[in-house]
Write a protein that binds this ligand. Sequence first.
Ligand code: SF4
Ligand code: SF4
Length: 917
Amino acid sequence: MRLVVDDRAVDVAPGATVLDAVNQLGVALPQLCKDPDRAPLGACRTCLVHVDSMRGTPAACHLPAREGMVVSTTHPEATRVRTLVLDLTRSMLTAGEGRDGFGQLGAAAERHGLSQPSWTSLHGFELDTSKSFFVLDREACILCGRCTTACDDVQQIGAIAMLGRGHAMKVGVAGDGLMSTSVCTSCGQCVATCPTGALRPKEAARPILHRTETTCPYCGVGCGISLALREDRRLAVMADDDPSNRSSEGMLCVKGRFGTGFIHARDRIVHPMVKRDGEWRRVTWDEALEAAADGLARQRGRFGALASAKATNEDGYVIQKLCRLVMATNNVDHCTRLCHSPSVEAMLVSMGSGATSNSYVDYQEAGCVMIVGADASANHPVIAVRFRRAMARGARIVVVNPKRVELCDQADLWIQQRPGTDVALFNAMARVILDEGLANLDFVRTRTEGFEEWRDSLAEFTLERAEALTGVPAADIAQAARWYARPPLGDPRRPGVTGDSGGRDPLSGSCLVWGMGVTQHTNGIHNAHSLLNLSLVTGQLGFPGSGISPLRGQNNVQGCGDVGCIPTNLPGYQHYVPDTLAKFEQAWGTRPPADAGLVVTDMVEGCLTGAVRAMYVVGENPLLSEPDLHHAEKAMAQLECLVVQDLFLHETAALGHVFLPAAAFAEKEGTFTNSERRVQRVRAALPPPGEAQPDWWIAAELGKRVARRLGANVDRQFTYGSAAEIFDELARLVPFMGGLSHARLDREGGLQWPCPSPDHPGTRYLYAETFPRGLGRFVPARQTAPAAELPDPDYPFILNTGRLLYHWHGGTITRRVEGLLELAPRLEIAVHPADARRLGVETGDPVLVASRRGELQGFAHLTEAVRPGAIFVPFVKLADSAANFLTNSAYDPSSKIPEYKVCAVRIEPVRAPTRTG
Ligand code: SF4
Ligand code: SF4
């Protein structure tokens, strides 16, 4: 359609509004209640225009554009009425400290010649400063509704609403209390959209030098973030994000929006250091690299590296190359060993690929989403929003979790199995699917193998036995099985459904999503197989709205494995077979070793046996993340040479011999790969501080020097001019990334592998036609003893561990963000009220938790979220207390993942010493 706005012709698509046409021309028309990414609310009435042949001054946001329309934004009547509306709106507000010009409203008022409002506000609202990152200042609020829409419709949280009527109307929370009393998660979506600064960051506004589009450094969701660099060279809190980012669609959580300030932490180490006579000394890069190279070269053959799932793909690629090419070992691993190694291993066996099969958008297309052992609201908050959106349009949500996580309250069905009984549960579901004729036998016949043997292995898993083992009513197990196999069809016309159903009934797909509650067990591999078998028997794979998703923890844990930081495979999960080794030999000039290397848990044990005498640890803190920390510390203290490359002198670094200061995510170029296989750009917003350098640069310099000491010259293999060059080398060697490059990602945004050629669009979901291994393989899963260590009279409770929304893993970086620490300042230990009564503790009472390996102190939090007889301790280290002092290093013999999720502990109140005298 063509229309004319202020004498200029403009073409708009059918369905556009007059405001769309105005904005397309870049005409400055006030539109205070219109979020650029949301439908118009029509609340502020400030976008008034004149239209030839129409009476009055309609609001452009609600006026459909029509062919031939002639619109004026400068017509005297439209300008007069609009100015009056702006004056009235401005008069709702009171000038005051922190209210810097009222944002978009102030700018619009100024453009309309309003220097002072004509009336005075009589409100006198109190400033709500109860949230740590932002304030709610109702004296600056125009009741436009953008914030409540952002909280309700975008984030699906519903923490704030319009309270009251008429003159008394205000933004507030349930019960009209402080913001901190609400369910607000501090995601900041409302702050980002507020047009007047009524919701604004606490940090004083400063001029912004520039913005850099990059990727969040926290979790595997991989949200796009816009880093604003202030004139004082510090990062501002995020006020903006990119709605076109396909992973986050403009959403962020509290850590992504407000949690990047750790890069400015006062205790950041920005100069190389070497430990001499037990003291750290600042040295030059040359001295530090020589010391590190010397220590590593002496221990060739007794060396292991721990790469970082927080660093870029390019960093990881150079680190594994150093290990394989220079140190002649495949002893390189990363933290996937500690979170999803059973998932990866089971998927490699059953499907031939260790990655998530689908995309986030599939959760919104699904008729059923089954979420197992994952607390997405805390660990992957933006994914949790997608689950809530699926719920809102009628998908069945089944949550399987021994702990009452936030999604349990909204789910259609919550299955609270006893810890460690997952196989019994999922095998019983499989029997229901078979017995009730819900299996997709066509899929089983044409796409799978091993069915009969697997079906026979299910004989003992009757509903009655599963109920006895798991504690879950048989009817609930059966219901979950039915919904997963054949979701009751929702309404495909409901909002949020894209209509891309791949030729099937819309919403007939089910997504199976799982987290570390499934994997961190001594039978983690069996748990993973029992889930994969469900997807195979129902054929819930390979079409929109279906698929399998292990939710990846760290921001680049997927990429770190993809680029080869695993001991079992070369980059791209390529095997140590002659042809592949020859291909790498040709590219690298040296043949990589052909034997599988040590996994991280074996490396730590190797420190005690002498099998490992030197380690290179990049961007990880194993002395917080390993189980049984006292044991791990004793082991790593034996090392002859420990080279640590990081931002902070954390627990592991303190034991080191050389410290190499690394650039943070905001100070370097590269890529991260998120949980849905999307490779996304990471861009530098500012240079690294002091002498810090990107990890790839440090690894390359180290590689050259170690090689020279060993009599080899590999300088050519480690001479890179940029991260883009490293990525190009990686893409040449890894077929599924062959079509990717920094230039293409810059042009098109993040792309999902497989993307084998430059004209390939990337892949939304895997397994549409076939599996990488040919046929999908059923693998019988065994229900072993629920745990390696069960409660007994000395240690009568079961300990469960996990993460918190406001901290990341052990807290090495989030403890350095003041606002996050304010939101979760102390270690809270979840105890069931019935147990608390017996122990004589109340919420807030100090308690001691002890296992056979160590103890910690925290504060009781009484909640029915845990079962009686179980307690929950978060992973984060606060006030010298960390859950891993308690956990058991028993591990799954196949994937080597430690049993973080179950061990026996006792808990007791800490009584204040009695004063005498
Ligand atoms: S910060 Fe997020 S959760 Fe809190 S009120 Fe704003 S939009 Fe809602
Ligand atoms: S959900 Fe994950 S990736 Fe997204 S902003 Fe939060 S921490 Fe960052």
